[in-house]
Design a protein around this ligand. Structure first.
Ligand code: ADP
Ligand code: MG
Length: 249
């Protein structure tokens, strides 16, 4: 059974079709990239998966369960962790404080069935473990405002991992990073998710970085699926070359 199945979803905004009959299947353990030019519908698809937008048509299954109408605040309980490009931590607090707050917030939301209200100390212990996953242990006492863009991205990923998700959704995890930072981040994400066994669905418009990180790729263009396949298949796809590289098909 695939971990995530998006089945023929569509979404319009005041008559404008942002997504048109899009299907996507992500197998557990895969690093899956969603690419396409600005306005292709990548973030909209994330918003549909995570319940921020309601579907006009189609459905979304997670581990075989229909989550099409599950509100955003419940998505996390199904095992989906989300990080959005504009999610900025509290800049005057330390890395440890930021992640501890995320763990506490999560515990408060889950208490009705987990029935454990964590103390700050217990939450901080969990936060330290998550911080070690993302390699920020040495910086845990630094205030977020003093971190580099690359380290801030790691904090952002740590916040998304606070729920120990089976599926992590990252919207443009490489945005705003320098060339060197991008290369480091690609290696970091690959190693991290492999060691945690977490499945990844991410968006990116730097095709070069995507071809290095992703195991499968879907190309969206003006709200529709242009191509789907392995990095090699995508690289040699004539319509993808035409749309991205300006070549004649
Ligand atoms: P991408 O993430 O691929 O750059 P988006 O999914 O953000 O693209 O946007 C796809 C299209 O849908 C764009 O034309 C955008 O303006 C439109 N869109 C997205 N969200 C909304 C919204 N909440 N209201 C109106 N239009 C939207
Ligand atoms: Mg976007």
């Amino acid at each position: 059974m695939p971990l995530l199945e998006v089945h023929r979803v569509s979404k319009s905004f005041e008559g404008f079709r942002a997504l048109n009959d899009v299907s996507l299947t992500v197998e557990e353990g895969t690093l899956y990239a969603l690419i396409g030019p600005n306005g292709a519908g990548k973030t909209t698809l994330f918003n549909l998966i995570t319940g921020r937008y309601t579907l006009d048509a189609g459905r979304v299954l997670f581990a075989g369960q229909d989550i099409s109408h599950t509100p955003t605040h419940r998505i996390i309980h199904h095992g989906i962790g989300v990080s959005f490009q504009r999610a900025i931590p509290f800049s005057s607090m330390t890395v440890l404080e930021n992640v501890t707050l995320a763990v506490l917030a999560l515990d408060r939301k889950t208490r009705d069935f987990a029935r454990s209200l964590l103390s700050y100390g217990d939450a901080a212990k969990r936060a330290e473990e998550i911080i070690s996953w993302v390699g920020l242990t040495d910086l845990k006492r630094q205030v977020a405002a003093s971190l580099s863009q690359g380290d801030l991205k790691r904090v952002d990923i740590a916040l998304a991992l606070a729920s120990k998700p089976r599926l992590l959704l990252l919207d443009e995890p490489l945005a705003g990073l320098s060339r060197t930072e991008r290369a480091q981040m690609v290696g970091f994400i690959r190693e991290l998710l492999r060691s945690l066994g977490t499945t990844l669905l991410f968006t990116e418009h730097d095709t070069e970085a995507v071809l290095k990180l992703a195991e499968r790729i879907m190309v969206l263009h003006r709200g529709s699926v242009l191509a789907e396949g392995t990095p090699d298949e995508i690289r040699s796809h004539p319509q993808v070359q035409e749309a991205f590289l300006g070549r004649e098909a």
